[in-house]
Design a protein around this ligand. Structure first.
Ligand code: FES
Length: 132
């Protein structure tokens, strides 16, 4: 079974926030297809990027490269759905999954769980380190 406060979704086990362990965080009021926003979460320490893919899917990942922790950047013009690029050693991550597609990063980018509410998009959970 899962620990209280965690939720399993496709791709890993997440700490769920907004249940007293940590507040949900407003990421953006809205994101149109092809738009992204960078936000800090949790505790204004960890950077993350939320992306509305062109097919309408909303995704978010840690912006901290799993190689040596440089900040990854979303590039909408790369691939069919954009890519997350790390400028330090040319690490590349798939924007749809966070998976490594090129370069030295050893693990996918950790995911951030988002929830769309009436007043905006909230970050509600973070993927546990070490879960892919
Ligand atoms: Fe990102 Fe090396 S720190 S590829």
């Amino acid at each position: 079974g899962l620990a209280v406060g965690s939720v399993a979704i496709a791709g890993g086990l997440f700490h769920r926030h907004g249940d007293g362990t940590a507040p949900a965080k407003l990421v953006a009021e809205r994101l149109a297809p092809g738009e992204s926003v960078t936000f800090t979460y949790p505790g204004d320490a960890d950077r993350a990027t939320a992306i509305r893919l062109r097919d309408g899917t909303l995704v978010a990942y840690s912006s901290v490269c799993t190689h040596l922790a440089c900040a990854v950047l979303w590039r909408a013009d790369r691939g069919t759905e954009g890519e997350l690029l790390c400028p330090c050693h040319e690490g590349v991550f798939d924007a749809r999954t966070g998976a490594v597609t090129a370069g030295p990063p050893p693990r996918p980018l950790p995911k951030v769980l988002l929830e769309e509410r009436a007043d905006g998009i909230y970050a509600i959970g973070t993927q546990r380190s070490g879960q892919a």
